[in-house]
Design a protein around this ligand. Sequence first.
Ligand code: VGL
Ligand code: ZN
Length: 214
Amino acid sequence: MHALLLIDLQNDFITSGALAVPDGNAVIPIANRIMGHYDFVVATQDWHPAGHGSFAESHSDVKIGDLFQLAGLPQVAWPVHCVQHTPGAQFVDELDTKQLNHITRKGTDPEIDSYSGFYDNGHRKATDLERTLQDNHVRCVDVMGLATDYCVKFTALDALTAGFETRLIVDGCRGVNLQPGDVDNAIKEMRQSGVTMIHSIDIFSSTKKQKQRQ
Ligand code: VGL
Ligand code: ZN
């Protein structure tokens, strides 16, 4: 079984969102176009409680963009974003959510951030994602979404570690680039770790559903 992992396609990560990823909107039509080619489609949702430890606002001595220590781990201080049950945390309206088979929420622990859809940043607690994929006999995952240099990267690396054959849909991702080069470096790191780089156009010839039709 071949799964698509759609990472954090939420209002706060697109135009005028609290943590807008440059050109983030561009990936939504790609997600809509390719979803039907997979056996199983998962969307992750960054889902923070109010006052989450990753928010600069939650600390008196931290500004947005600062690097500080949270629960013993280096943490980027983010603007308040994706607070549970707020419009910013909702999926982008244009996303065809009817095609989703499963939603994994992450970042719910106030004390630790969670970039990966599989684990918190300290690899202490797993989400339901690995188990859900295993229960559905998934062996290969394609990953796309926001943001390349954070949640996409850590999800793809954890997917590999969990033993899934993992591909990144490069044109389906956009990044933050807090430092120039962050996105390029993230792609390099994923590739060197064993993630295969593909483009959305490749999916029409390479996914199982399509093969069955041929
Ligand atoms: C993300 C920063 C903070 C992401 C989530 O989805 O990449 N980035 N929270
Ligand atoms: Zn977040």
